[in-house]
Design a protein around this ligand. Structure first.
Ligand code: 13P
Length: 273
């Protein structure tokens, strides 16, 4: 099933898809094990940095092979694609879905950039996600206001034809200094006036009860990255503290398993279990 069709199927349910970033074989395996054990579909996301780290063919083929090997339903998605060229390369490689993030450009430029990518992606029958509003990226100020406006969201989706829209309703990327407060009324209003699947970026650190409320108010996809990196590295560090073993195949699994436990918990939340 195409991701865009899965989103449509989810629209009137109380469930969403979890979209997890992966960075290497171990985090990919950790995430997919959770999907296998939960018998749950999942989105695997790659950012430009992860693509540059592993190389596009390696990153994509590794994910594709792992999906087939484990027999899970999963889609490969470009997270925060920052250019038409990167989107084109990922579509050529076989990605199911791409995000074009022109959210820092003025509204009209965001529309025109997104529109071009939607036209390209349609040739591949791929799904497109865009972003409207200000969701602080890592290192950016979380003080700056820039919530998505429902009327603009409606115009944006109609003019661009995107399948999914990342909205700014109070989340940001990375860990939070204080508990995020989401504007769920705004979210519900955006859902009323658009037919795109709504995406919540910055899922790390958002309380599970809040995630459930966001899904009930219309979110179809929840992005999770920071918590995955964090649990992997923390577990590995603790393991290495008093470790003399140099066989990395005996060292890494504990960190991979920690990712599986984390992602299993999140899958229970998005699957409303
Ligand atoms: P976190 O790193 O805050 O989980 O956000 C992930 C994300 O939104 C990726 O686009």
């Amino acid at each position: 099933m195409r991701l865009q069709d899965k989103y449509k199927e989810l629209r009137n349910t109380s469930a969403a898809l979890l979209a997890t970033n992966f960075y290497n074989f171990e985090t990919l395996e950790g995430v997919l094990q959770a999907a296998v054990q939960s018998n749950s579909p999942i989105i695997l996301q790659l950012t430009r940095s992860s693509i540059e780290y592993m190389g596009l063919p390696m990153a994509f083929q590794m994910a594709k092979t792992a999906i087939n090997y484990h027999g899970v339903k999963a889609w490969i998605h470009l997270d925060h694609g920052d250019s038409y060229d990167l989107a084109a390369k990922c579509l050529d490689a076989g990605f199911d879905s791409i995000m074009i993030d022109a959210s820092e450009k003025p509204f009209r430029d965001n529309i025109s950039t997104t529109k071009k990518v939607v036209a390209l992606a349609s040739k591949y029958d791929a799904c497109v996600e865009a972003e409207l509003g200000y969701v602080a990226k890592l290192g950016q100020s979380t003080e700056k206001e820039g919530f998505t406006m429902p009327e603009e969201a409606s115009r944006f989706v109609n003019e661009t034809g995107v399948d999914a829209l990342a909205v700014a309703i109070g989340t940001s990327h990375g860990f939070y200094k204080k508990e995020p407060r989401l504007d769920l009324e705004r979210l519900a209003r955006i859902r009323e006036v658009t037919n795109a699947a709504l995406v919540l970026h910055g899922g790390s650190g958002v309380p599970h009860t809040t995630l459930t409320k966001a899904i009930a108010a219309g979110v179809c996809k929840i992005n999770l990255a920071t918590e995955i990196k964090n649990i992997f590295m923390k577990t590995l560090k603790a393991k290495l503290e008093n470790e003399t073993e140099i066989d990395l195949r005996k060292v890494f699994p504990i960190a991979t398993e920690a990712v599986t436990i984390l992602v299993t918990e999140k899958l229970n939340v998005v699957n409303n279990k």
